[in-house]
Design a protein around this ligand. Sequence first.
Ligand code: ATP
Length: 318
Amino acid sequence: MSLSAPRAVRVRAPGKINVSLRVGPLRPDGYHAVASVYLAVSLFEEVTATAAAEPGITVRVDAGGPLSIPASGIPLGPENLVARAAAALAGHAGVQDPAVDLVITKHVPVAGGMGGGSADAAAALLACNELWGTGLSAAELASLGSQLGADVPFALTGGAAVGLGTGDQLTPVAAEAPLHWVLVAADTGLSTPAVYGRLDALRSEAGAVAEEPQSADPAVLAALAPGNAAALASVIHNDLQPAALSLAPALDEVLQRGRDLGALAGIVSGSGPTLAFLAADGAAAARLETALRAEGHNALAVNGPAPGAEPAVPADNS
Ligand code: ATP
């Protein structure tokens, strides 16, 4: 390593909500094809990569943040997505005996349907690429990232995008004015595979035959482009919502409460259980956040689109 190489690099990457999520039938390969409209929001994970004296990849989690996220349930071994990201980058770029300590500052709910682990992986890829001077392009990082999780490429790019395939075939879309949301985090997470499994079971019980989605809902894209919250409220949609509500029925009441307190619309974020309420503007979001907190909910006002993975603070070059 040259003397000018940074010793520590800190990168932040956003959590996401799906303002529209259409899910196809279970495919023979075990995946579901989706047509997703992703929106990155201003709730960021941070990963700090520090050069270590001894070879190895270590992981530590600092949890808390504005939603008081607990660190429990996050693996600290090689299966953590930041460790897998660092190992994948080292393997791809030929870094011998990688030596890095990775610290995650966790703000996105764990197993919350906001792609927090994917944001961590995206941040780790960018941080290690900088720390090791491996110089992979954005496209190469996205390709490595898609092998770690379907939401990783989006966490790298941020903004707003349509995701097809398993969600990793991304096309950026216009979102020219910020939209204001209030997130409500749940006490416990939901397993993404369990929610997809419940969707398949509910469809089969109902004799419903799902079609493979080919494109995102044009009405959603038309409302998203100018940041028209009222128009978006009438078209946001999540095929996974009935499955998430069937696994966590208490969420239904919170969804209704958010609407009663002034949200234009409320939706389960991805596979849940985090809820996302759409507000008319920033002031309405602040009022809704206060009202939901007064009733004991773990609520946070955010906005989107937010930028993708990027340096968080000046790197420590000491
Ligand atoms: P999805 O991207 O499917 O919406 P999610 O947001 O619901 O995922 P995550 O918080 O990304 O859920 O994590 C899902 C599981 O992945 C966790 O329960 C945990 O076991 C595992 N995991 C591995 N690495 C991480 C990480 N860095 N942060 C959080 N969870 C991780």
